[in-house]
Write a new protein. Sequence first.
Length: 139
Amino acid sequence: MKVLLLSGSARFPSHTRSLLDAVAAELGRLGGNTVTWDLASDPLPEALADFHRAPDAITHPQTQRFVREAMQAHAFVWGSPNYHNSYSARLKNALDTLNYDYFEQKPIGLVTHSGGIMSTQAADLLSPLRRRDNRDLSW
């Protein structure tokens, strides 16, 4: 099973990436194949409205590679720090690039953190996105 882990932090190295590396290690121990896309070290251009409607029209090589990874994934883990009581703009942009079909009937795990007591806010806001098309599969 191929799992695509998305690190939404703007910093590299980051706490988000460290958390996702721990998730990847555990998934690997269980026999999973993981690919981590770190949006700090491997950023994507701004998503265009047509990206999710017409993936064949994507011309940016980085975005083409990202879309291919997402299409081939059997599951996802979205990771983000808590930025201003929400998940990161980098993660939002990455998700806006992808068609909803890439996530259909695939489990999506969430990994979020912050330096204070508000660490679940990013996960709270990401949860409705994974519920679309019966994707509310908790790990």
